[in-house]
Design a protein around this ligand. Sequence first.
Ligand code: FAD
Ligand code: EPU
Length: 335
Amino acid sequence: MPLEHNVSLKSYNTFGIEVTAANLLRVDSPQVLRQQLHHLPKPWMILGGGSNVLFTDNFPGTIIKNEIRGRDVLREDQIHVWVKLGAGENWHQAVLWAIENSWGGIENLSLIPGTVGAAPMQNIGAYGVELSSVFESLEALDLQSGSLHTFDAQQCQFDYRYSVFKGALKGQFMILSVILRLSKEPQFNTSYGALKDTLEDMGVQEPTLKAVSDAVIKIRQSKLPDPQIIGNAGSFFKNPSIPSSQFQKLKQANPDLPGYPINEDSVKVPAGWLIERCNWKGIRQGAIGVHDQQALVLVNHGGGNGKDLRRLARDIQASVKDTFGIELSPEVNII
Ligand code: FAD
Ligand code: EPU
């Protein structure tokens, strides 16, 4: 495919930020990329659905837009099926495909925007399930050497909203395909409070893959803004983990502070609660602001720019730090 020049990225990022890329290459096969790689002006950035990025400026090099498709069943046994998905497949469509085929494991991850290839980047998670629980391996292209590599789950170093591709190997690989191990005998995970309540409200007694997916979709549509209507990238910050001793102290001063123990030493606290308590929820500064239903979601009401959003994010971080002594780290990739 030809290299495109001076391309608007507005429709390629769910914040709807109006910036341009000096160059953009659409890649629908690994061969296309390997042939062209060394002629592409640097810096390079891989882009999927743009649902976890904040552009703060025009991009001076080449955006490599991942459009590699494909869904294949690789093998199966009595309990599992191994499916290979092209990195440019839409994640939610892949979830629906799994549900249609009665393969369980990713129904709780329904309606997460973006591509399959970005899913391992931050080990996407929702409603008690993370990608790592069904992940088998991925294939990636080393952008320096052009060689192909396979990474298993251990090599990906998955953690909460983290993989090695956000750490030591940041910017070095393009993920080309992902293999998932799905289950023909689904083990439902419906313990997440909101999910349990919604299934009950729906009158579901015995969960099915479709019912769990529908319930997740219902919760998400009630809480999270639709990027087609209000620009956003989901949770802007990660939920922080703090030492149990600090949690106990904060809890004495703020009895309604929620907390989820991770182990004996640390507790995860919802960043949305901290931000709301610092009075940011629903604020609007011109075109940008904080969502009025979910304080963890920063929004672009239309015409906002990335620098202003980054400044708002920093102001929020400073006020949460001042008030609670807790550092918030962005989940969104700030470019
Ligand atoms: P992009 O935004 O295009 O890219 C994200 C990062 O990954 C960038 O650094 C990019 O360079 C890199 N990247 C992308 N593709 C590749 C590739 N093939 N190879 C190498 N690097 C690559 N996330 C959750 O975990 N849980 C949620 O519940 C959730 N809810 C959301 C709700 C909304 C309304 C929105 C807008 C976002 C939400 N997100 C959630 C965040 C986002 O959907 C995920 O992070 C998603 O996986 C991003 O996919 P993408 O294709 O849009 O990635
Ligand atoms: N809360 C508030 N005020 C708010 C928002 C949240 O007080 O404005 C508190 C409430 O106590 C609530 C708790 O935060 O019970 C948790 O809220 P919610 O269930 O909405 O989840 P979250 O922690 O805000 C996380 C993920 C989401 C994921 C949901 C469901 C992170 C950073 N975010 O949000 O992921 O969909 O749980 O599992 O872990 C994303 O990563 O982009 C994302 C949307």
